[in-house]
Design a protein around this ligand. Structure first.
Ligand SMILES: *Cc1c(COP(=O)(O)O)cnc(C)c1O
Length: 243
């Protein structure tokens, strides 16, 4: 098979696995959006995924995305990696949804830049459920306060939550992490904070997306299982960082 055939084949397999996981818990598979994560992936391969019907794409780094997005057919782009405050303006130009809002200074800068543009910004709040020191994301215990703070800033539209689970050999071990994120979303829904909608739970990657779907994910972020191993695999510590 050519590289392009492999991508189409992998996509079908991933979609079938998502659908099977959804059916196991009596969810509608249509309720789960596959987001193809394209960091380290060349534009021909990304174009193949778009041609195969992928409408949502994710990048980790603003600079890498800025080089690729103009070369590709229109799609909805998501920023899934950590966002440096000094790249907030560029991020707003490139991405429809930012998954990695995780600190007040970034919320303030996004609010300011959204104001300049005269257009609100849609974000997910990233939560570091497992409390891994090297990862981005607000601590679970601080999440409600942070959501209240960020949602009160003009132009910030919180659309849900995102997490990156620890990398473990047995994906079943990630279940409590996903369950905790879902529990937080339920709690936030009950609090009905103005400016906060819990439309998306962004959770699940190549290693653990089936467990995430069983636990309520509606955006799964998948790179390797579609495009194969990345040429230079960043260490898990580096995952999500816009370095
Ligand atoms: C790289 C990355 C993904 C995709 O990871 P795979 O294991 O290749 O599926 C998803 N989410 C984030 C935040 C990432 O950095």
């Amino acid at each position: 098979m050519s590289n392009l055939d492999v991508i189409a084949f992998n996509l079908r397999a991933v979609r079938e696995r998502i659908a099977a996981a959804a059916r196991r818990v009596k969810r509608d598979p249509e309720g789960v959006t596959l987001l193809a994560v394209t960091k380290g992936v060349d534009t021909d391969s990304i174009a193949t995924a778009i041609a195969a019907g992928v409408g949502d794409l994710g990048e980790n780094r603003v600079q890498e995305a800025a080089g690729k997005i103009p070369l590709l057919p229109p799609a909805r782009w998501h920023l899934v990696g950590r966002l440096q405050t000094n790249k907030a303006k560029r991020a707003l130009e490139l991405f429809g949804l930012i998954h990695s809002l995780d600190r007040p200074s970034l919320a303030e800068e996004l609010s300011r830049r959204a104001g300049e543009r005269g257009r609100g910004v849609e974000v997910l709040v990233e939560v570091n459920v497992a409390g891994e020191a090297q990862k981005g994301g607000v601590a679970l215990a601080d999440a409600v306060d942070f959501v209240r703070y960020a949602a009160a800033l003009p132009g910030i539209g919180i659309q849900g939550l995102m997490t990156v689970a620890p990398l473990v050999a047995d994906p079943q071990e990630t279940r409590p992490v996903f369950r905790a994120l879902r529990g937080l979303a339920d709690r936030l829904r009950r609090l009905a904070i103005p400016g906060v909608e819990m439309r998306y739970l962004s959770m699940g990657m190549s290693n653990d997306f089936e467990v995430a779907v069983e636990e309520g994910a509606d955006l799964v972020r998948i790179g390797t299982a579609i495009f194969g191993p990345r040429p230079v695999e960043p260490s898990r510590e580096g995952v999500g960082y816009d370095g």
